[in-house]
Write a protein that binds this ligand. Structure first.
Ligand SMILES: Nc1nc2c(ncn2[C@@H]2O[C@H](COP(=O)(O)OP(=O)(O)OP(=O)(O)O)[C@@H](O)[C@H]2O)c(=O)[nH]1
Ligand SMILES: [Mg+2]
Length: 275
C-alpha cells in the first residue's frame, strides 16, 4: 500500500514536471531512491516494534526485543539446541540478591532439588554455593553468591564469566530494603565486565504486600533499554491459596504457568548467549 502510493505519487509528480524519462520505471533514476525509502520505512517500523517491551499474561516484563551494541541477546526468536555446537553447550549463571531475598529457595525450586522449596530451618548461604546441572541440553553451572554484605562484594568477581545473571528480590520487603536492592542491582548492571542479560525474580509473591512486577521494575530503577527481564516468582509450596494470591498479584495465571515461564525464559536466554 505504502509502496504503491509512493509510486503513484512520484509518477504524478514526474508527470507534472514533464519528465517523461522519470515515468519509465525500468530506467528511472527514481527507482533506487524509491527502493531505499521503502527499505528505510519498513526497517524503521520493525526496529521500533522490536524496541517495545512485552508484558506477558502473567505480568512478566520482557525486553527490549532488540540487539544493541553492548547486549548480546535477542529474545523470542526461537533457537534450537541443534544450532549450538556441542563444545559451546556450557553456561554459567550467577544468582545475586540481598540476604534473605530467596535465592536458595528459588534455585531449589528451579532445579527441582527439593520438593519442599522452603527449608524448615533455612540457613544463610555462606560464601558462594556452586551447583552444576545438565538441563535442556546444556551444562549449567549456577553460582549463588550469599547476600551477606561481606560476601556480596565478591559478586563482581563472578560476573566476568557469567552468561546470565539472576537477581532475586524479596518483593514483600520494606522500602529501605528495596532501596538497598536497587543500589546492588545498579552496581551489577553498570559493571563493565558483564554485558549479558539480567533476569529479575520479583520473589515471595505469596506474601501480603508483595510488590507487583511493575512496581519492582520501578523500584529497581530499570531503564527501558536495559536487557532486563522481570518475572514474578514464588518459592512457597504450591497450594490453592498461593495460586489465588498469585492470580491476584500478577494477572490471570497459576504458579504452574509462572514456573514454566521461568524455565522457558532462562533456557531461551541461555541458548542465545553464545551469539
Ligand atoms: N513465603 C515465602 N518465603 C520465602 C520465599 N522464598 C524464600 N522464602 C523464605 O525466605 C527466607 C530466606 O530464603 P533463602 O532462600 O535462604 O534466601 P537467600 O537469598 O538464599 O539468603 P542468603 O543465602 O542469606 O543470601 C527463608 O526463610 C525462606 O523460607 C517465597 O517465595 N515465599
Ligand atoms: Mg542462600
Amino acid at each position: 500500500m505504502f509502496v504503491t502510493l509512493s509510486v503513484l505519487g512520484l509518477r504524478s509528480l514526474a508527470g507534472l514536471l514533464y519528465r517523461e524519462d522519470l515515468l519509465d520505471l525500468s530506467t528511472s533514476p527514481l527507482l533506487p531512491l524509491l527502493g531505499t525509502s521503502a527499505f528505510i520505512a519498513v526497517g524503521g517500523y520493525y526496529w521500533r516494534k522490536q524496541q517495545r517491551r512485552v508484558v506477558l499474561s502473567d505480568g512478566s516484563i520482557m525486553g527490549p526485543l532488540r540487539r544493541n551494541k553492548r547486549r548480546k541477546t535477542l529474545l523470542l526468536t526461537p533457537i534450537t539446541l541443534a544450532e549450538i555446537s556441542p563444545n559451546e553447550r556450557k553456561r554459567s549463571i550467577v544468582v545475586l540478591g540481598l540476604a534473605g531475598a530467596g535465592k536458595t529457595a528459588f534455585l531449589n525450586k528451579l532445579l527441582h532439588f527439593s520438593t519442599s522449596y522452603l527449608a524448615k530451618d533455612p540457613q544463610p548461604t555462606l560464601g558462594v554455593k556452586m551447583t552444576s546441572v545438565d538441563l535442556h541440553g546444556l551444562t549449567q553451572t549456577y553460582y549463588e553468591v550469599g547476600g551477606a554484605e561481606n560476601t556480596r562484594m565478591f559478586a563482581k568477581e563472578f560476573l566476568h564469566m557469567a552468561n546470565l545473571v539472576i537477581f532475586v528480590v524479596d518483593a514483600s520487603s520494606s522500602a529501605e530494603s528495596l532501596a538497598e536492592a536497587r543500589d546492588f542491582f545498579q552496581l551489577i548492571t553498570k559493571e563493565k565486565d558483564y554485558a549479558g542479560p539480567v533476569v529479575v525474580m520479583a520473589g515471595k509473591q505469596d506474601l501480603p504486600g508483595a510488590r507487583s512486577v511493575r512496581e519492582i521494575y520501578e523500584a529497581l530503577a530499570i531503564c527501558d533499554t536495559d536487557d532486563v527481564y522481570v518475572l514474578p516468582a514464588c518459592s512457597a509450596p504450591k497450594s490453592r491459596d498461593t495460586d489465588d494470591v498469585l492470580d491476584g498479584a500478577v494477572g490471570a495465571t497459576t504458579t504452574d504457568l509462572t514456573d514454566r515461564n521461568h524455565h522457558g525464559i532462562i533456557q531461551n536466554l541461555l541458548y542465545r548467549t553464545f551469539i
